[in-house]
Design a protein around this ligand. Structure first.
Ligand SMILES: [Zn+2]
Length: 186
C-alpha cells in the first residue's frame, strides 16, 4: 500500500505548508494592527509595503490550494494511464500467444483442435488420404460405371464393381452413354 502512504505523506506536506502560511498570515495581520496603532512611526511607504506582502501571501495561499487540486487531478490521470497501459500490455501478451500458436500450427500443418469423425479419423488424416488418392488419379481415365475420376489402372474394362449395363469398351472419347460424374468442364 505504498500509494496510500505516499498520498498521506503528500497530504501532510500540503497541510504543513498551509499551516505555515496561516501562521505567518496571522502574525503579519497582528503586526499590521500594532503598526497602525503606533501612529508616530507609521509612514505611508511602510503601509504600502505591508499591503503588498499581505497580497503576496494571499496569492501564495491560493496557489497552494490550486496546486493541491492539480496534484489530485494529475494523480487520477496517472492512475488511469497506468490501468490503460496494464490492459494494453495484457492484450499484447494475448495477441503474441495467439500469433505464436498460429505460427506453430502453420509450420506443422496441424489444426489446433482436429475434427474427429465417428471412425475416430481426424480431418488431417482425411485430407492426407484424399491428397494421396488425388495423386493416383488417371487424368485421362474413365469407367462406364464410375465416371471420370478414376485411379490409374481403373478402366471400364478393369472395373471390379460394375453397374447393370456396364460397357467394357467405354472411354472418355466414347463414353457409350456411361457415367458423367466428375466430367471436366468443356
Ligand atoms: Zn469402375
Amino acid at each position: 500500500m505504498q500509494g496510500v502512504a505516499q498520498k498521506a505523506r503528500r497530504k501532510q506536506n500540503l497541510d504543513d505548508v498551509q499551516d505555515f502560511f496561516a501562521t505567518e498570515y496571522h502574525d503579519l495581520r497582528e503586526q499590521q494592527k500594532l503598526n497602525s496603532t503606533q501612529v508616530g512611526f507609521h509612514s505611508a511607504n511602510a503601509a504600502m509595503e505591508q499591503v503588498q506582502i499581505v497580497s503576496a501571501l494571499d496569492n501564495l495561499a491560493l496557489a497552494a490550494t490550486t496546486d493541491r487540486d492539480i496534484v489530485a487531478k494529475l494523480t487520477a490521470i496517472t492512475t488511469e494511464l497506468a490501468a490503460t497501459n496494464k490492459s494494453l500490455t495484457e492484450q499484447i501478451k494475448q495477441l503474441l500467444a495467439t500469433n505464436a500458436a498460429l505460427v506453430g500450427r502453420a509450420s506443422t500443418g496441424t489444426p489446433a483442435t482436429p475434427a474427429t469423425n465417428t471412425d475416430g479419423d481426424t480431418a488431417a488424416k482425411r485430407i492426407a488420404r484424399l491428397a494421396n488418392l488425388e495423386a493416383k488419379r488417371d487424368p485421362n481415365g474413365y469407367c462406364w460405371t464410375h465416371g471420370y475420376r478414376v485411379v490409374r489402372g481403373h478402366t471400364s474394362k478393369s472395373c471390379t464393381s460394375r453397374a447393370n449395363g456396364h460397357q467394357e469398351a467405354a472411354t472418355r472419347q466414347d463414353t457409350m452413354s456411361g457415367c458423367m460424374t466428375w466430367k471436366p468442364a468443356e
